[in-house]
Design a protein around this ligand. Structure first.
Ligand SMILES: *Cc1c(COP(=O)(O)O)cnc(C)c1O
Length: 258
C-alpha cells in the first residue's frame, strides 16, 4: 500500500489505519451479532453501513482493504470528491444527509443510495436527473420521529401519503424508511423513535411491498435499533474514530445532548 500518512493522519488514525478499521469492524460485527441473537433476529437481516464523513479519501483506501465497499456520506460535495478520488476502486456511495434540490443533479450522477428523501420537490428533481443519467436510485424516506424542529424529515403523519405518491418517480426505488433518533441518554425516548419508524414501515408495506428497510441506529444506539427492527445501521465514529471539530456542519442546528 503506497498511501503516505501525514502527521495529521497518524494523530487521528494511528500508524496502521487498516488494522485499526479491521479491528473496529470486527468489534461492531460482534456487537451486531449479539444484538441479533438477543432480539431473536437473523443476522442476515441487518446491514452495516459505515459512515465515512470527514475521513479523507486516501484514508478510505485502508477502509477498502479492511473490507468496506459502500461508504455512507452526509454531504454531497464531500461524497463527490471521494467518488472521484476512488474511481479506481469498486466502491459505491450512500448519501445519508439532507439534500438541497439544486444539488440533485450531482447525486444522480454517482450515488447508489439516498437515505434522506423528504419532499416531492426533491423527488421530482432527482427523478428528472436520474432519467437523464439513465440510472435508478435506491431511496429511503426520512421521517422526523422525534419531531424536533431542527431535524429534517417528514412528520410521521405525512409519511404514508408521501409514499403512496412515489409512483410518480419511476427512477426512485423505494427501499424503506430512515430516521435519526433523538440525541438523548434516555433510552426509552430513543427507543420510541425507532418504534415509531417501525410501525410506520409496517403500514407503508401495505402501500409498497418494497419498503421493508429500516435505516436507523448509529454508533451510540445501533444495538437498540436492531432490537427494534433496524435492517441498516449507519455507524461512523465506532469504525473511524471521533470526528475532529463539531458535527454542526452535518447536522445543522442540532446540538447533541450526549
Ligand atoms: C454521521 C452520521 C451517522 C453516524 O454517526 P456516528 O454517531 O458517528 O456513528 C449516521 N447517520 C447520519 C445521517 C449521519 O450524518
Amino acid at each position: 500500500m503506497s498511501v503516505q500518512l501525514s502527521d495529521e493522519d497518524r494523530a487521528r488514525f494511528g500508524d496502521d489505519p487498516r488494522a485499526l478499521f479491521t479491528e473496529n469492524l470486527r468489534e461492531i460485527q460482534a456487537r451486531i451479532d449479539a444484538a441479533c441473537a438477543r432480539a431473536g433476529r437473523d443476522r442476515s437481516g441487518v446491514r452495516l453501513l459505515p459512515i465515512s464523513k470527514t475521513v479523507p479519501a486516501h484514508i478510505l483506501r485502508f477502509a477498502f482493504d479492511a473490507g468496506i465497499r459502500t461508504f455512507g456520506e452526509n454531504k454531497i460535495q464531500e461524497a463527490q470528491q471521494k467518488h472521484e478520488a476512488l474511481r479506481d476502486l469498486p466502491v459505491s456511495f450512500a448519501i445519508v444527509g439532507h439534500l438541497q434540490t439544486n444539488k440533485a443533479k450531482y447525486l444522480a450522477r454517482f450515488a447508489s443510495e439516498f437515505h434522506a428523501l423528504d419532499s416531492h420537490r426533491l423527488a421530482n428533481e432527482l427523478n428528472r436527473r436520474l432519467e437523464r443519467e439513465e440510472r435508478d436510485l435506491d431511496v429511503y424516506v426520512q421521517v422526523n420521529t422525534s419531531r424536533e424542529a431542527t431535524k429534517f424529515g417528514l412528520a410521521p403523519e405525512e409519511t404514508l401519503e408521501f409514499i403512496s405518491e412515489l409512483g410518480a418517480y419511476p427512477r426512485l426505488k423505494l427501499r424503506g424508511l430512515m430516521t435519526l433518533a433523538i440525541f438523548s441518554d434516555d433510552t426509552e425516548r430513543v427507543r420510541a423513535c425507532f418504534q415509531r419508524l417501525r410501525s410506520l414501515r409496517d403500514e407503508a408495506l401495505r402501500i409498497n411491498p418494497n419498503a421493508q428497510g429500516l435505516s436507523m441506529g448509529m454508533s451510540g444506539d445501533f444495538e437498540l435499533a436492531i432490537e427494534e427492527g433496524a435492517t441498516i445501521v449507519r455507524v461512523g465514529t465506532s469504525i473511524f474514530g471521533r470526528r475532529p471539530g463539531s458535527d454542526a456542519h452535518y447536522w445543522p442546528g442540532l446540538i447533541p445532548e450526549r
